[in-house]
Design a protein around this ligand. Structure first.
Ligand code: MF3
Ligand code: CO
Ligand code: CO
Length: 268
């Protein structure tokens, strides 16, 4: 890819070409397949490091690369965020307990293209309140995605997500956002999951980015632990997140990271 010929908006957002969608399909599909295939391994008693090892093996078997290994010193093929961990949980020798809910976030590189996606899982039995949090978070992501089409703005997405989440008496995390991606992992713009309709950059065909809302049952504030990665809710309330990588098309958008088997929820 010739960077000097990349088209950029005034805000520095890269506009990819129609032929670039194919690269994102491949990386997005692999990341989604890995999330499908890890599901049966999420059971009480398993170490999160074992889940990460299985993910790393799947990335390697596919002939792809993990985008997170070596990224800013991060050493793992996934982030695994349990219960009140909001994001960037580090795989470890911690064992999953019955009823734990967790987000698994995987980013792979296929032929230079980045596919970034995350989903929620449960070890054992899903409680009613966790199920509701997970459902609202997934619905919030999909409502955000529905607002993506040329002419609408990034603020329309943030507004759709925030108003929906707050109407359910849950809160949207402000401290982390989605991001442009494509031939790089993190690029402009910052994709906020809150905001006012009509604000921010206007969507144009060929923009590639993630939407990855984090929703809390309690207050929205987070803090990062001493390991410099793990972000948790300050009030220790339960948190959930889903993430898709998407591309803007002439009349809407395409989701690159949809599950090939239609999976998206811990119980179906
Ligand atoms: N996949 C995460 C995201 O959605 C980034 C993880 S970076 C890591 O942007 F280093 F923590 F893995
Ligand atoms: Co992301
Ligand atoms: Co991610």
């Amino acid at each position: 890819m010739d960077k000097s010929r990349a088209r950029l908006t005034r805000e520095g957002i890269r506009l990819y070409n129609p032929s670039d969608f194919e690269g994102m399909h491949k990386s997005g599909r692999l990341a989604a397949e890995i999330l499908d295939r890890i599901a049966p391994l999420v059971v009480p008693g398993v170490l999160t490091a074992d889940l990460d090892k299985a993910i790393e093996d799947m990335v390697n078997e596919a002939g792809a690369k993990s985008a997170t290994i070596g990224y800013k010193g991060y050493k793992h093929a996934s982030c695994i965020s349990i219960n009140h961990v909001v994001c960037h949980g580090i795989p470890s020798d911690k064992r999953l307990k019955d009823g734990d809910i967790l987000n698994i976030d995987v980013t792979v590189i296929v032929d230079g293209w980045y596919g970034d996606t995350s989903r929620m899982y449960v070890a054992g039995k899903l409680s009613r309140k966790a199920e509701r949090l997970i459902q609202v978070t997934h619905d919030a992501l999909m409502k955000g995605i529905e607002a993506v089409k040329p002419g609408n703005t990034f603020g329309d997405v943030g507004h759709a997500i925030q108003t929906y989440v707050e109407a359910q008496r849950m809160t949207i995390v402000r401290d982390f956002c989605g991001h442009g991606l494509g031939l790089v992992f993190h690029a402009p713009p910052n994709v906020l999951h809150y905001g006012r309709a009509g604000t921010g950059s206007t969507f144009e065909e060929g923009m590639f980015f993630t939407i990855e809302p984090m929703v809390n049952l309690g207050r929205p504030e987070t803090k990062v632990l001493a390991d410099d990665w793990t972000a948790v809710t300050r009030d220790k309330s339960l948190s959930a997140q889903f993430e898709h990588s998407i591309g803007v098309t002439p009349d809407g958008c395409e989701i690159f990271t949809l599950s090939p088997t239609g999976k998206f929820h811990p119980t179906y």
